[in-house]
Design a protein around this ligand. Structure first.
Ligand code: HEM
Length: 369
């Protein structure tokens, strides 16, 4: 096991506890990066201004730098610090907070899928992005296309992608860009979310388009993982099946998060949690481990629906904290309701975690099919 393989291991949590016991922030010689495993270290790294989301020498990963996927990536708030983050974020964050939960529930309820493995996969991956696309003003059929294109685009965000996935990601980025440019030019579009973002946005149009694509790409894997990890909990603990979905999901996101880790790159040397880190160093932040730190949550290895003062790093913290948390939780609750109402037999689900260095996203089969 190592801190990257842990993300897709059947049970990484005893290993995370060992890492915390060995020190909250330790240099891993095999991976050549610092590993922050305690809540204190994760919080300190996320709060440190010199810990950036991309290395200064490679703002866009080399593998995608020369195509449209790289153009989009280079403008995402998630992948920038300074003005390129603050400007889109100040327009998008308040607009996301105003989304009406009823509209989300209606959008999920209107989607159709079958109670088989293919239907479950579509509900987990395609559904949430289609909801976001619909909220942004796309018609239902267009929203389905946006979710297909997003699936191709996000493949380029993983260091595990191959050349043909990267080529498909460039093509998808170009099509997504075209679709969003058309959406923004269409006077007939009625979307409170899009109107709210446009009203507040003051940067260049390419940054707006990139960050609208970013809303879809940030939704894709993370929502699928949250929904999938909730289904696994329901299979393991049948007594949870009657629990209010919101309570269930609030604990699932802490207990078994879909985004297990993230990274930061040191722009200058600094002292964090008693350790001296140098400019150019890389830190891997294990949010999934920090959530199980007894210093953050009492009895952290127990799954408690009613956890007083639940604390979690699953949606990040500080400057880059996820602005879509509320929306993600509502989409996941509505989707889970829909999946369970479809009559899916939870006990017949088998799964493996899709290959990833940071995502914990189960891919299901049903009854051996
Ligand atoms: C269960 C679902 C989700 C999870 C677990 C999740 C988790 C995260 C995490 C951990 C970060 C911070 C990454 C870092 O600091 O390195 C983040 C950032 C972000 N998320 Fe989410 N997210 C989810 C869903 C969504 C949704 C639905 C949206 C929007 C529609 C969204 C939009 C964003 C954006 C735009 C950022 C970048 C913010 C910035 O850099 O300022 N996320 N998310």
């Amino acid at each position: 096991m190592d801190p990257l393989r842990a993300a897709t291991h059947a049970d990484p949590y005893p290993y995370y506890a060992e890492l915390r016991a060995a020190g909250g922030l330790v240099f891993h010689h095999g991976l050549k990066l610092w590993v922050a495993s305690s809540a204190r270290a994760v919080e300190a790294v996320l709060a440190q201004a010199d810990c950036r989301v991309r290395p200064a020498s490679e703002p866009v990963p080399q593998a995608i730098a020369t195509g449209m996927a790289g153009e989009v990536f280079g403008r995402l708030m998630r992948m920038n610090d300074g003005e390129r983050q603050r400007c889109p974020r100040s327009a998008i964050e308040p607009a996301l907070e105003l989304i009406d939960d009823t509209a989300v529930h209606e959008s999920v309820a209107a989607r159709l899928f079958t109670a088989d493995a293919d239907g479950l996969c579509k509900a987990m991956f395609r559904g949430p992005v289609a909801v976001v696309a619909t909220l942004l003003g796309f018609a239902p059929a267009q929203s389905r296309t946006i979710s297909e294109l997003t699936a191709d685009f996000v493949a380029c965000l993983s260091p595990l992608s191959n050349d043909s996935q990267i080529a498909a990601a460039h093509a998808a980025a170009a099509q997504l860009r075209g679709s969003f440019i058309e959406l923004l030019a269409d006077a007939e579009v009625s979307s409170a979310l899009l109107a709210g973002i446009r009203q507040r946005f003051e940067g260049d149009p390419d940054a707006l388009v990139a960050n609208l694509i970013g809303l879809c790409s940030q939704t894709f894997d993370a929502c699928a993982g949250l929904i999938g990890n909730a289904l696994i909990m329901l299979q393991r603990q049948p007594e949870l099946r009657a629990a209010p979905r919101e309570n269930l999901l609030a604990e699932v996101q802490r207990f078994d998060p879909p985004v297990q880790n993230t990274r930061r790159f040191l722009a200058a040397c600094c002292e964090i949690d008693g350790m001296r880190l140098a400019a150019g160093d890389v830190v891997l932040l294990l949010m999934a481990s920090a959530n199980r730190d007894p210093a953050l949550n009492e009895q952290p290895d127990r799954f408690l629906l009613q956890r007083p003062n639940r604390r979690s790093f699953s949606f990040g913290n500080g400057r880059h904290a996820c602005p879509g948390q509320g929306l993600a939780m509502t989409i996941a609750a509505a989707t889970l309701n829909k999946i369970l109402a479809s009559g899916l037999d939870l006990d017949s689900l088998a799964w493996y975690y899709g290959p990833s260095l940071n995502g914990r996203i189960p891919l299901f089969s049903i009854g051996g099919a």
